[in-house]
Structures are given as structure tokens and as C-alpha cells.
Design a protein around this ligand. Structure first.
Ligand code: GLN
Ligand code: ZN
Length: 765
């Protein structure tokens, strides 16, 4: 096989999300495990052949998964948590770990580094009996061989696996590590029987996050240990999403065959190439995280720079990371002038091959020649395109791009308190109410043109009326309209803003069988017309209570989109912020007194390396401040974030200067809340008391316990009571009683407290 090109990993969900359908059909009992396996095999084969036919040298196996690679590694190591052992059928057990069953709760899921992909978090238990289950790998290996492919085997490295695992506080990470490492050794022994040359891509992305010395010290013994087991095994240690300079230094002295590095999001990797003179270098130069067409000439220059340090013959041209994070192919998109600017997984493969030839001055076929010329032209054309630039937007960012609110938070506090006249410990919700089949259908029908605009709006208004009625009966203080018109908190705004493109088939796996279709920000952003006024204004007209306006903030919009690569994030975020600022102004002019700007993805957007944090925080905070800059002192600004871990970012949160923040704490209680007390946080806080991820309905007593506990940490004058997050994934049967109990609990607590404040003994004490 030609050892010049490599794909780190390929999307597995399928060109038309075939894997999603196959897996879900198995879950629903509509197909057998045999049928699911057949479909999986078919997809793997197709994906391998797409790479082979385009001339890729190193084609991965074991990048495929029925649910998640981390979960596959759990199975490979036999690291099955005790509660799943009674499930004897291996497939049922696999999906039970991922999704939970009645007898055993699902394993936790969390984001894979700074991507939007979620992996299953391994749980390590002291009495686990680790041993090797190599069946999946062997099966894929033989299958690929039968197609004339000499595969590269992908696995998650032992250090990353252990570092990302959960274990009880008393456990010793390193004793787990040693036991796990033994299994990796067995794996290498088994694989070395397979062929004369075995290529093993061991992924150790943990080293891109400012690595600790303890893990770095493992690299040498681990990788010398593994590579010395057999001369047939050629190990490539791969990292992605950032530089891994410290790890490279350690790996240089080991017997591994090669190192895979990301030169798109980890350009500092260029500075450690001297160390790698005797290794093969898998050079990640084609961006696996974004969807823009590669600039072949620029990439050639980058490779030439690398070749000053590394022998050309030892350079393997590659993607910067797995292509899991981008859609399948541009070819399935409907005609659009912008399509030729985009490159999805299939197109990235073609780029890797072209770039490789260009770099090595190899002759092109006439087809390839055309490809190179077309590539150059598309870049020229994109640069000049009128679709991208809007002078008005640039000018406005220059003139107004640094705004923030004028009054201090303390001044605003008093004005708002008087004006809003809310009871002590006000109650509210985070925005969305259950998305019923009826409203989903109405949205779909409207999109497909099956119902008229009037019919659609009628349907939505009916639902808003219902939401208001329920909230009034329940007795909440600050109401929401329920967000029935939104299918996604970013898409809803993106569709109404200039500068956003929505693909038809650009699906990316988010977790398991779930996919998302991130918008593409391609040009200057501005608001065409008001985006939420009709709905929120209507909702306010139907109630005497305060109706909270609801917007998605600039940081979240950026973090959940594919972002243009010809303008800095800081500029893009200002453009979005100004569009949202106009929306806030319109809302307050329509008598909306409270406006929430959701920043659900604020924290997950944090850079992997500490040194890049100040820059991120600066644009993230400034764009939030700019978004709310037009809010008058009377307008109360809320923000919402979907987590509770604020220890390291509390100062940044303060700088955002929101009047109230609602966060997720139903599961973590006070443990993570203390930081607000420690820093003397003086603005409103609504720590979630209702876990919206669970169908359980908390009792009044339970709520009271939760609230009293929070009041030990948070001053009652700053305290709000609300659920953890939006309620759109729950059912009304759960939401109604859960909110009823929440409000009743608050009322009882108010009573007790008022009596206390009046100096009377509380009857309950
Ligand atoms: N307002 C949004 C909702 O309630 C917030 C969602 C989120 O934080 N993820 O659905
Ligand atoms: Zn949330």
C-alpha cells in the first residue's frame, strides 16, 4: 500500500443516515441484530471503498461504531460496570450501557473535547476484571482484508481512556491504568499475529489539554512497552484539536513508528518537529473540523515548511482529525452557488490526495488537473463574492462594536426591583415547554407548504395560549411563551439572519443515533427583520404577568455553527451581537420587561489550552455585553447556562453583567454553588431545582429541601427558583405536576420566611 496519505477516521452515520435508521429500527424491535450487523457491514464496506477508490493509503478500521468508540473500548477492555453484568446478551448489554434499561441507569455522556460529539464516560470499578475482547477489531480487520484493503487499526489510547474515565474518589488512577495497560499489551500481541505489518493508530488526545506531568511520564514506558512487543507492529500515536508539544517530546524517545499531529488547530506542533527526525509524521493539514474547501496552494506551502524538518518520504498527508465532525458529501446538496466553497468528508478525502500530489510534484491526471484549477478559482471567487460582505455591517461593527450597558448593576437592581414588583423568591422557567407531536407536525407542515402561514401562526398562538394558561394556573411569577416555533435554539435565529446557510443533508453525529445539522456562517451577519417580537409580543398581550423574552446569545450561535474562516470569531460575534441588540431594543419597546439571552454553549467553547483562554473570554464577554448594550436600566437581562461548574470562570461570568443567571444544579446541589458565595456574587441567581433530564416528579417536600439548602449559600434577595433547563424534551404529564409542586414549595417557604422576618417564631420550627 502507498504510505503517503491517511484519513484519521471517517463518519459512520452514512450518506443518508442509514446507521441511524438501522440502529433505531433495532431498538424499536423492527429488525434483528443480524439485520443491524448486515447494515453496519455494508456501510463500513462502502466507506472503505470510497477511500480506496480515491487512492488513500491508510484506511481506518474500528472508527466505525454502533454507538460510540469510547463505549467500544469499554467492551474491548471488559470494563463493564457491575449493574450491566446480569444482561447476558452482548448487544443488549452494549445498548443498555449507552441508553439505560429499567434495572440499570445509562452510563454518563459528555462532550468529546471541544467538539459537539458526546462520548460515553467509562466507569472504573475496583473489582472489575479487565481482559481483552478483540472480536470487533478482528472482524473488521478480516472484512477489510477480504476487500483488498490493508487497514490501519484505530484505537483510543490507554492513557486517554483512563484519564477520561470516572472512578470513585478513593480509587487510584494509576493502579487502574496498570491493569488496563496489560490489556492493551494483549491486544498488540493478538494483532501481531495477523500480518507481517500491522499499523495501529493509537489516539491520545488527552495530551492536547495542558497535560500534567504524571500522564506525560507514562508515555515513554507505555509506548516503548507496546512497540517492543513485536517488530511487526507499527504504532502511530495520534493527537488532534490542538498541539501536543509536550507529548511529542516524550514520544520522540520511544520505539513508535509515527506520530499524528494536527497542524490546523495546533500550529505550535511545527515547533517540535526537530524531535521527530527518525519518525514518520502523519501531518494533519486538511481541516477535519470545518467545512471550507482546502486552499491547496497554502497547504502545499505548509507541507513544505514541515519538510524542512522531516524527510519527505516520512511525511504522510492527512486530515487534522477524524471526519466524524463534518457531514458526508456536498454532492447531495441542492444547487447553490456556495456549494463549491464547501468540502465535506468525501471531498476532504479528495483534497488529501490532491494536496499530496501537489506537495510531491507528482503528475496529475487530467481530471485532477481540472480539480486543482477549479480549487484555485473557487477561492478567488469566494474572496470576491458579494454574498459575503456587507459594507453596512462592517461599518456598524467599527462604529458600535464596543458597547455595553451604562448603569451599574447595583443601580439597575433597585430600579428593576421597584418596577417589576415581584414577590420574594420569584419563580420562572427556562423557556421551552414540551414539544408535542402536534406542534412538531405544524412546523413541518408549514415548512413543506402543506399549511398556510395563517394556519401555522394560528396553531402556534393556540399553543402559546395554552402555555400561558397552564403557567397562570400553576402560579409562576415570570412567564415564558414556550418556544413552540423553534425547533432548535440556534437554527431558529440563523434562519432569520443574513450570512447563514442551511444545508439539506449536512448531518453530523452528535451522540448515538442523534445527528445535528449545524448552520454554516458564510458571510456578514445582519438582521432582516425582527425575529421574535410577534411571538413574544403576542404572548405578553395575553397575560398581566411578566412575559420573558427569549434569545440565543452570540457565543452559543458561534459554537454550534461551522464558522467562516476568513474573519475572526471576535468580529463575527460582534456582528451577531449587534443584530441581537436591535432585537432587544424592539422587545423592550414592546413593553417586554425581562429578556433572557441563552448562552448554553458558553463553557464548552473554552479553548483546550490555557494560554488561549484570555482571548476567548475577551470576545465572548464583549459580545454578550454588546448584545445587551441597548437594554435600558429598567429591562432585566437574564442569561442561562446549562451546567453548574463555575469555579474557574466565575469572574468571567460576573463580567458578563447579566442581572440574573439561571444554571443547572438539581443534581449537584450546593457543592458547586459555593463559589457564588465565596466571590460575593451580587446579582440574581436561579440554581435549578428540577432535574429536567429525568421523568421523575419531585415532591413539595423535596423541593423545599432543595430550596432551603440553596438559601444557605445564596441570599434570599438574589434568589430565583426555576428548573435546570428548558422543558421541551419532557411531557406535559410530568411538567405540570412538577411545576405545581415547585411553586407550592416556594409559597410555603415564603410564608415561613415572612413570619420569621416579622419576628414571629415559625410554627414549623
Ligand atoms: N431557552 C432554551 C430552552 O428552554 C434554553 C435551552 C438550553 O439551555 N439548552 O429550551
Ligand atoms: Zn440549559
Amino acid at each position: 500500500m502507498s504510505k503517503k496519505t491517511l484519513i484519521t477516521g471517517f463518519p459512520r452515520i452514512g450518506e443518508n443516515r442509514e446507521l441511524k435508521r438501522a440502529v433505531e429500527s433495532y431498538w424499536n424491535g423492527k429488525s434483528t441484530i443480524g439485520e443491524l450487523e448486515d447494515k453496519a457491514g455494508e456501510l463500513r464496506e462502502k466507506h472503505w471503498l470510497e477511500q480506496k477508490k480515491r487512492g488513500i493509503g491508510f484506511i481506518s478500521i474500528n472508527d466505525f461504531s454502533l454507538y460510540d468508540n469510547m463505549l467500544d473500548t469499554v467492551v474491548m477492555l471488559n470494563a463493564v460496570p457491575k449493574r450491566f453484568i446480569p444482561i447476558r446478551n452482548v448487544t443488549e448489554r452494549y445498548f443498555a450501557m449507552a441508553r439505560g434499561v429499567k434495572e440499570a441507569a445509562a452510563m454518563e455522556m459528555t462532550k468529546w473535547f471541544n467538539t459537539n460529539y458526546h462520548y460515553i464516560v467509562p466507569e472504573l470499578e475496583n473489582d472489575m476484571e479487565f481482559h481483552l475482547n478483540p472480536e470487533k477489531i478482528l472482524k473488521e480487520y478480516h472484512h477489510a482484508k477480504s476487500l483488498g484493503i490493508h487497514p490501519k487499526i484505530n484505537i483510543i489510547g490507554p492513557i486517554t481512556f483512563t484519564a477520561l474515565s470516572k472512578m470513585s474518589e478513593r480509587s487510584d488512577t494509576f493502579s487502574f491504568f496498570n491493569r488496563i495497560f496489560e490489556v492493551y499489551k494483549s491486544l498488540v500481541n493478538v494483532l501481531s499475529e495477523l500480518d507481517e505489518e500491522i499499523y495501529l493508530q493509537i489516539e491520545e488526545p488527552i495530551f492536547v489539554k495542558d497535560p500534567c506531568r504524571k500522564y506525560l511520564d507514562l508515555l515513554n514506558p507505555v509506548y516503548n512497552g507496546l512497540s517492543s512487543l513485536s517488530t511487526k507492529i507499527k504504532i502511530i500515536v495520534t493527537t488532534y484539536f490542538e498541539n501536543s508539544c509536550e507529548a511529542v517530546e516524550e514520544l520522540a524517545g520511544t520505539g513508535i513508528w509515527g506520530v499524528g499531529l494536527d497542524f490546523i488547530n495546533g500550529r505550535d506542533n511545527l515547533s517540535v518537529l526537530d524531535w521527530l527526525a527518525d519518525k514518520h509524521l502523519v501531518a494533519g493539514v486538511v481541516d477535519g473540523r470545518n467545512i471550507w474547501r482546502n486552499d491547496l496552494q497554502k497547504t502545499k506551502a505548509l507541507l513544505c515548511e514541515i519538510a524542512e524538518k522531516i524527510d519527505r518520504e516520512k511525511i504522510i498527508v492527512s486530515t487534522s482529525c477524524s471526519l466524524l465532525h463534518i457531514p458526508y458529501t456536498v454532492k447531495n446538496e441542492p444547487e447553490n452557488d456556495m456549494n463549491r466553497w464547501f468540502s465535506f468528508a468525501i471531498e476532504k478525502i479528495e483534497e488529501v490526495v490532491l494536496v499530496d500530489k501537489l506537495f510531491r510534484d507528482e503528475p496529475f491526471s487530467s481530471e485532477e488537473e481540472k480539480g486543482v484549477v477549479e480549487n484555485m478559482m473557487s477561492h478567488e471567487e469566494r474572496k470576491k463574492s458579494e454574498l459575503i460582505t456587507c459594507p453596512y455591517v462592517t461599518e456598524r461593527v467599527r462604529a458600535e462594536g464596543n458597547g455595553s450597558r451604562k448603569e451599574t448593576a447595583a443601580d439597575r437592581f433597585d430600579v428593576q426591583k421597584k418596577l417589576l414588583d415581584l414577590p420574594s423568591i420569584p419563580t420562572t422557567t427556562i423557556g421551552s415547554f414540551p414539544q408535542t407531536p402536534e406542534i412538531r407536525r405544524a412546523r413541518r407542515d408549514y415548512k413543506m407548504g402543506r399549511i398556510s402561514c395563517d394556519e401555522y401562526e394560528e396553531e402556534m398562538r393556540k399553543y402559546i395560549d395554552e402555555c400561558i394558561h397552564i403557567q397562570e394556573v400553576v402560579g409562576l411569577d415570570v412567564l415564558v411563551h414556550g418556544e413552540p416555533e423553534r425547533n432548535d435554539m440556534v437554527e431558529y435565529f440563523g434562519e432569520q439572519l443574513k450570512g447563514f446557510h442551511f444545508t439539506s443533508n449536512g448531518w453530523v453525529q452528535s451522540y448515538g443515533s442523534r445527528c445535528v445539522k449545524p448552520p454554516i456562517i458564510y458571510g456578514d451577519i445582519s438582521r432582516k427583520e425582527p425575529m421574535t417580537i410577534n411571538w413574544i409580543g403576542y404572548a405578553q398581550s395575553r397575560t398581566k404577568k411578566i412575559m420573558k423574552g427569549m434569545l440565543t446569545g452570540p457565543v452559543t450561535i458561534i459554537n454550534w455553527s461551522f464558522v467562516r474562516d476568513d474573519l475572526s470569531r471576535s468580529e463575527i460575534s460582534k456582528q451577531i451581537a449587534l443584530a441581537l441588540a436591535d432585537e432587544i431594543d424592539d422587545l423592550q419597546n414592546r413593553a417586554i420587561k425581562i429578556i433572557q439571552v441563552d448562552e448554553a454553549a458558553f463553557k464548552e467553547g473554552y479553548p483546550l489550552r490555557m494560554k488561549n483562554i484570555p482571548e476567548y473570554e475577551e470576545w465572548a464577554v464583549n459580545s454578550f455585553k454588546l448584545t445587551v448594550s441597548k437594554a435600558r436600566k429598567e429591562t432585566q437581562i437574564h442569561t442561562h447556562m446549562c451546567y453548574s461548574e463555575f469555579n474557574d470562570i466565575i469572574e468571567t461570568i460576573e463580567l458578563m453583567d447579566a442581572d440574573v443567571i439561571t444554571i443547572e444544579t438539581a443534581r449537584s446541589g450546593n457543592r458547586l454553588l459555593n463559589i457564588f458565595k465565596e466571590v460575593g456574587y451580587s446579582k440574581g441567581i436561579g440554581p435549578g431545582v428540577y432535574d429536567i433530564h429525568s421523568p421523575r416528579i419531585p415532591s413539595i417536600e423535596e423541593y423545599k429541601g432543595q430550596i432551603e439548602q440553596r438559601l444557605e449559600v445564596i441570599d434570599s434577595s438574589l434568589f430565583w427558583v426555576n428548573p435546570d433547563c428548558g422543558l421541551k424534551t419532557r411531557r406535559w404529564e410530568e411538567v405540570k405536576p412538577a411545576l405545581e409542586n415547585m411553586v407550592k414549595a416556594v409559597r410555603e417557604i415564603r410564608e415561613i420566611r415572612e413570619i420569621r422576618e416579622d419576628g414571629y417564631e415559625s410554627p414549623r420550627e
